[in-house]
Design a protein around this ligand. Structure first.
Ligand code: XLS
Ligand code: CA
Ligand code: CA
Length: 442
């Protein structure tokens, strides 16, 4: 049975197209900087927002009309598999990502959990092989069930720690079976609601113990995907340990994990942490830990994680600038951890959400690549720091001076500071963004 009736394969028609069910900017096989757009971005559908999210919020009932919801339990889970691969085929996607509980009912105990998953994973595998689709990442949901109210690996209750380990163990087996490119840890409840009753030191030590055991097990079974931690500062927990990329990196270094993990950066989590998306990407890139990206956007007027489909070309350009400078994402991709708004309740809205997201990043990719080719920011940055290329600046860089010598130098010299020209630079950026749209016409 077809779930997205009336939707044909979405084609690239160029920026003049008025067909809502066509790409205006995403031309999958167009080559940019030696690689196709498809390979630069590796778009992935997030199973949870596309196939399980029902539109309910703390104030209202579900709104989503989903044809697979005519079934329940395992029948519904099987129908979702069909819907997922129909969707992937129609959008021309190559990847998807899921939590354990997105793809199969959790059951009443770990055995049922495992059996349900085995049934679905076999079906996923068949479709993946037939359609040449890959798993970008899987993860274990350790925030939904009440047992995780105090966290999973950071729970005060050792039985919860053990249960979490059993879940991750199973997910690693699945990651291996489906040849996942990455395995993600997002610690939505790894944090605290109150310091008054929390042993933060023990909890962080335990989190590191958990990660080490996960690494050991992955090695044992021969899973060689990349381990990723997804930072987020808060929501649902008041304070989350993986607050942002810098905090996560300090944790990884502190516990001898830095060589084995990278980060999965989500745009909306960056802004919740008080950073821009590009700040988080820049930090990760410069520290060699940029793993993958959850492509979405927040709402400036709302203080929570709204997970909207990306439509902001400005942000997408700055994000793609970092990704291109990183040489791409290696094992990572751009996963649409994004959901349609509650009133966009028809299945076709899922298609529109992905089209706008893919077009937005295609525009951003093109603009960023041209900026890099023309060395727009590179030349500006190089010039700004040129005082370090010779004389006293060079001595500082090479460690060949001291406070004594610098004082003597400073007494002899007058400082001449130059304008940063930020407004001029933003004008140039606008030209590149607009240019990317215009020249995409066919
Ligand atoms: C929630 C997170 C979550 C992770 C995977 O805010 O974005 O969906 O990506 O558990
Ligand atoms: Ca995410
Ligand atoms: Ca999110």
């Amino acid at each position: 049975m077809a779930y997205f009736t009336g939707v044909e394969k979405i084609k690239y028609e160029g920026s003049d197209s008025r067909n809502p069910l066509a790409f205006k900017y995403y031309n999958a096989d167009e080559t940019i900087g030696g690689k196709s757009l498809r390979d630069w971005m590796k778009f992935s559908v997030a199973y949870w927002h596309t196939f399980t999210m029902d539109g309910s919020d703390p104030f209202g009932l579900p709104t989503m009309e989903r044809p697979w919801d005519q079934y329940a339990g395992m029948e519904q889970a099987r129908a979702r598999v069909e819907a997922n691969f129909e969707f992937i085929d129609k959008l021309g996607l190559d990847y998807f990502a899921f939590h354990d509980v997105d793809i199969a009912p959790e059951g009443n105990n770990l055995q049922e959990y495992s059996d349900n998953l085995d049934d679905i994973v076999a079906r996923l595998k068949k479709h993946m092989q037939a359609q040449n689709v890959s798993l970008l990442w899987n993860t274990s949901n350790m925030f939904h069930h009440p047992r995780f109210m105090f966290g999973a690996a950071t729970s005060n209750n050792a039985d919860v720690f053990a249960h979490a380990a059993a879940k991750v163990k199973k997910q690693l087996v699945i990651a291996k079976e489906l040849n996942a490119s990455n395995y993600v840890f997002w610690g939505g409840r790894e944090g605290y609601e109150s310091l008054l009753y929390t042993d933060t030191k023990l909890e962080l030590d335990n989190l590191a113990r958990f990660y080490h055991m996960a690494l050991d097990y992955a090695k044992e079974i021969g899973f060689d995907g990349q381990f990723l931690i997804e930072p987020k500062p808060k929501e649902p927990t008041k304070h989350q340990y993986d607050f942002d990329t810098a905090t996560t990196y300090a944790f990884l270094q502190n516990y001898d994990l830095a060589d084995h993990f990278k980060v999965n950066i989500e745009a909306n989590h960056a802004t919740l942490a008080g950073h821009t998306f590009e700040h988080e990407l820049r930090y990760a890139r410069e520290h060699g830990i940029l793993g993958s990206v959850d492509a979405n956007q927040g709402d400036m007027l709302l203080g929570w994680d709204t997970d909207e489909f990306p439509s902001d070309i400005y942000n997408a350009t700055l994000a793609m600038y970092e990704i291109l400078k990183n040489g791409g994402l290696e094992k990572g991709g751009l996963n649409f951890d994004a959901k349609v708004r509650r009133p966009s309740f028809e299945p076709i809205d899922l298609v529109h959400g992905h089209i706008v997201g893919m077009d937005t990043f295609a525009l951003g990719c093109r603009a960023a690549q041209r900026m890099i080719e023309d060395r727009v920011l590179e030349d500006i940055v190089e010039k700004r720091y040129e005082s370090y290329n010779s004389g006293i600046g060079q001595a500082i860089i090479e460690g060949k001076t001291s406070f004594r010598e610098l004082e003597a130098y400073a007494k002899e010299n007058t400082i001449k500071v130059e304008s940063g020209r930020q407004e001029m630079i933003k004008g140039i950026l606008n030209q590149y963004i607009l240019g990317a749209g215009v020249t995409a016409r066919v």
